[in-house]
Design a protein around this ligand. Structure first.
Ligand SMILES: CC(C)(COP(=O)(O)OP(=O)(O)OC[C@H]1O[C@@H](n2cnc3c(N)ncnc32)[C@H](O)[C@@H]1OP(=O)(O)O)[C@@H](O)C(=O)NCCC(=O)NCCS
Length: 163
């Protein structure tokens, strides 16, 4: 497990560390209350998948023993990615989201990552405003995807349909 790290003001109460299995239920509850869980993304499966690929880059932010924030970070050798950035509603607008991003960026820089990409649902105006405020710009690209596994269906080969 990565060492815990205290983040200085304005989010001095927040401790950021790597996920441990005991965080699982609290993390899923956080994602649910933050509106990040969709039928197509089973959160337990997403955590299990991340535990197989750079588990140290699944970050949780805690205040005391409470999991109040998260970021799922990845790097495939070309771009860094951030998913599941979340701050519990009661803890927003206190710099926690900015602190999580700063820690994600610190870890990606340490890997030699030259650029971060991330996806925001086009109707998520709050997240877009947040990312603008912390220095992220909209790239002139279209995001494409194709599902290889369907979390909302019984297991089996995925059809060619993307969603
Ligand atoms: C987006 C989210 C992580 C922001 O977390 P947060 O802890 O409230 O953000 P911070 O307090 O660190 O804010 C950093 C900056 O963003 C701005 N900001 C944050 N939320 C904002 C909002 N809803 N509207 C406008 N600006 C916002 C802050 O004012 C601050 O700007 P400043 O430093 O210039 O004053 C949080 O609102 C959240 O969890 N949302 C639901 C989940 C989600 O949509 N995640 C993104 C998935 S793509």
């Amino acid at each position: 497990m990565a060492a815990a790290r205290n983040v200085s003001d304005p989010a001095a109460m927040l401790t950021i560390r790597s996920f441990v299995p005991a965080d699982r239920d609290a993390l899923i509850a956080l994602w649910r209350v933050c509106g990040l869980v969709r039928p197509t993304n089973d959160p337990a499966r997403d955590i299990a998948r991340k535990q197989r690929v750079r588990p140290d880059l699944l970050l949780v932010g805690t205040v005391g023993t409470e999991v109040v924030a998260s970021a799922m970070v990845g790097y495939e050798g070309h771009r860094g990615w951030i998913n599941y950035l979340a701050v519990a509603p009661a803890h927003r607008q206190r710099g926690f989201g900015r602190a999580l991003l700063a820690e994600a960026e610190r870890r990606l820089r340490a890997e030699g990552c030259p650029k971060i990409n991330l996806q925001v649902r086009s109707d998520n105006a709050e997240a877009l405003a947040f990312y603008r405020a912390v220095g992220y710009a909209i790239d002139p690209v279209v995001s494409l995807g194709r599902r290889l596994e369907h979390d909302d269906r019984p297991s089996g080969p995925a059809s060619a349909r993307s969603e």
